[in-house]
Design a protein around this ligand. Structure first.
Ligand code: NAP
Length: 299
């Protein structure tokens, strides 16, 4: 079976080029997209996210500023900071880095961000808008996963799609986005009785679970498109015999790539495209804020 690797970095670059042009046009009109990140506590993975976001923003001309808080910050203090950013016309996008300390109510913080500045698409309003067919500020990972499926050229209308994992920020929005394109979507989760029965029906299979090697070659229909959203750090023995770690997805890549028609690698698949979607959402948010401002000025 011939297979094609879906190169997330390549497709992300195409999106970044488009974003750079739109950022330039906005700046020419006096609107500079400006993203503020909020992070709380000392988490190594969050430091990496921030560094990657900073670099990606610099590549396309988006201003990026990180505001760091220690773990003893209170819910009221973070809410006050978010409200101040909502009210500041120079700030066009806000990101709240996850996880936040267990002492804080993440959902309340996410919903405190004004939906027009919630560029990660995590607020109830932006996730809910997908139900009404508006995915313009949808959750970045879900948008990225569906964009990568589109690169295969498969006609989504009537396509048998299976989504494994039903989290609010990945699995459910992926399913809703695909239904908008008239795909026939099945969602699987921990209570699904026979996962293989479902995954083998799929022309396109999305996996967002967080379990390395969950999807094996015999669970995939030959020729299917496999979009692996999982990111897992696993222990490995390095070539020099020492112990190390590496990042893998939820799919047994070695086996599945022999069977699949298309497959996203981890790393290098959904991850880079997710950052590109964050950049695109930031531009969309700025363009919308500009239109809203111009409408208000006309009245
Ligand atoms: P999550 O909130 O933990 O959700 C995992 C989902 O998998 C849940 O719906 C869970 O169902 C389901 N599940 C658990 N065991 C299962 C099984 N054996 N069979 C079928 N379904 C099962 O995780 P998430 O935030 O959606 O993230 C999922 C993965 O995607 C993680 O590896 C995460 O690191 C990765 N991720 C990647 C990106 C990216 O940019 N590439 C972004 C976000 C997340 P129940 O709730 O019913 O148990």
């Amino acid at each position: 079976m011939s297979h094609k690797i879906i190169d997330g970095k390549k497709h992300a670059q195409i999106v970044k080029d488009e974003v750079r042009t739109r950022v330039g046009a906005l700046k020419d009109m006096g609107w500079s997209p400006r993203l503020i990140s909020i992070d709380i506590g000392e988490i190594g993975a969050v430091r990496v996210f921030i560094k990657n976001q900073q670099k990606a923003c610099a590549e396309v001309g988006i201003e990026y500023e990180n505001r760091h808080y220690s773990t003893d910050v209170t819910q009221r203090e973070v809410l006050a900071a978010i409200h101040a950013l909502n009210a500041d016309p120079r700030v066009t996008g806000i990101i709240l880095q996850r996880p936040v300390p267990p002492t804080l109510d993440l959902e309340e913080l996410e919903n405190a961000m004004h939906p027009s500045k919630d560029v990660e698409g995590m607020s109830s309003a932006n996730i809910g808008n997908i139900v009404y067919g508006d995915s313009s500020l949808g959750p970045c990972t879900s948008l990225a996963s569906v964009e990568l499926l589109r690169t295969t050229g498969l006609d989504l209308r009537g396509l048998e799609v299976v989504v494994v994992g039903h989290s609010e920020i990945v699995g459910k929005p992926v399913a809703l986005l695909l239904v908008e394109d008239l795909a026939t979507v099945t969602i699987c989760h921990h209570a699904t009785r026979n996962l293989t029965y479902h995954t083998r029906q799929a022309d396109a299979l999305f996996i967002a679970v967080g379990k390395p090697g969950l999807i094996k070659a015999d669970m995939v229909k030959p020729g299917a498109a496999v979009i692996d959203i999982g990111i897992n750090q696993v222990d490995v023995t390095l070539p020099d015999g020492t112990q190390g770690t590496k990042i893998v997805g939820d799919v047994d890549f070695e086996g599945v790539h022999q069977v699949a028609g298309w497959i996203t690698p981890v790393p290098g698949g959904v991850g880079p495209m997710t950052v590109a979607m964050l950049l695109r959402n930031t531009v969309v948010a700025t363009e919308r804020q500009k239109s809203k401002y111009e409408e208000t000025m006309r009245v």
